[in-house]
Design a protein around this ligand. Structure first.
Ligand SMILES: [Mg+2]
Length: 252
């Protein structure tokens, strides 16, 4: 008899585990529980902070998750308990951080887009999140901006401007979600979390919806340590979980 392969499935949150910015559906929680019954460990990998992750997937699931990598693994929980932590200000230093924030504030001030709200720049432990419209817009305004940006490419142009101002030697820029992009130290994308688990598993699956170059799931999706699954929504995720882990999949 062969020893059981150690397998973990990691999931992005928005549009992968949950509809964008909404809470998790019952069917997804059930599928994850069943996955556990089949011996597959479960992890969450999100650019969001822990508070936002808990809002979307619920406290219970975070307690149950073998790993919750919030802010791409810069603040990590194991089975709901503190595991590890790192910060962007220690890595970059205050002067570089200030240069980045000052440039972005000026750029946003000069930006001509249909509407602006508030909270344009959010400082997180491991990244700076920048939103041209402002994070405290309504859900409707958020949806409208996402549509608008598909052709206006406001975020793409902003990222290019930041790249030429700040350079790319020690910074990475990543467009994700509907209204913002993230700036973080190079290598601190979602693949950052893999260092904590690569030795403990024979197989690391990753599920995400922004897997193409420039998307915030790309690096971990393309990483040779993972088996990547690109999904378009939570239903898609459910379908692949079923095929892969539950119905006559490779673990049966
Ligand atoms: Mg996503």
């Amino acid at each position: 008899m062969q020893p059981q392969r150690r397998v973990i499935a990691l999931f992005d949150v928005d549009q992968t585990l949950t509809p964008a910015r909404k809470t998790i559906q019952k069917a997804m929680v059930e599928a994850i529980n069943k996955m556990g019954d089949h011996g597959v460990d479960f992890g969450i990998v999100s650019g969001s902070d822990l508070h936002k992750i808990k809002e979307q997937v619920g406290e219970d699931l975070v307690q149950k998750a073998d790993y919750t990598f919030s802010e791409n693994g810069l603040y990590t929980l194991r089975k709901g308990q503190f595991f590890s932590k790192m910060s962007i200000k220690d890595q970059l230093g205050e002067s570089k951080l200030k240069k980045l924030i000052n440039f972005s504030l000026r750029y946003i001030a000069d930006l001509d887009i249909p509407i602006k709200r508030g909270t344009f720049i959010e400082y997180r432990t491991g990244m700076i999140n920048i939103s041209p419209i402002g994070r405290n817009c309504s859900r409707e305004e958020r949806d409208e901006f996402e549509e608008f940006d598909k052709t206006a490419n406001v975020r793409k142009a902003f990222v290019e401007a930041l790249k030429s101002e700040m350079g790319t030697d020690d910074l990475t820029f990543s467009i994700g979600g509907q209204i913002s992009f993230d700036v973080f130290p190079r290598g601190w994308d979602k693949s950052f979390c893999l260092q904590y688990i690569e030795k403990d598993y024979d197989e690391i699956h990753f599920f995400g919806d922004k897997c193409q170059p420039g998307g915030n799931d790309h690096e971990i999706y393309a990483d040779e340590r993972t088996i990547g699954h690109e999904v378009s929504n939570p239903d898609d995720t459910l379908k692949i979980i079923n095929e892969l882990f539950l119905v006559g999949g490779e673990l049966e």
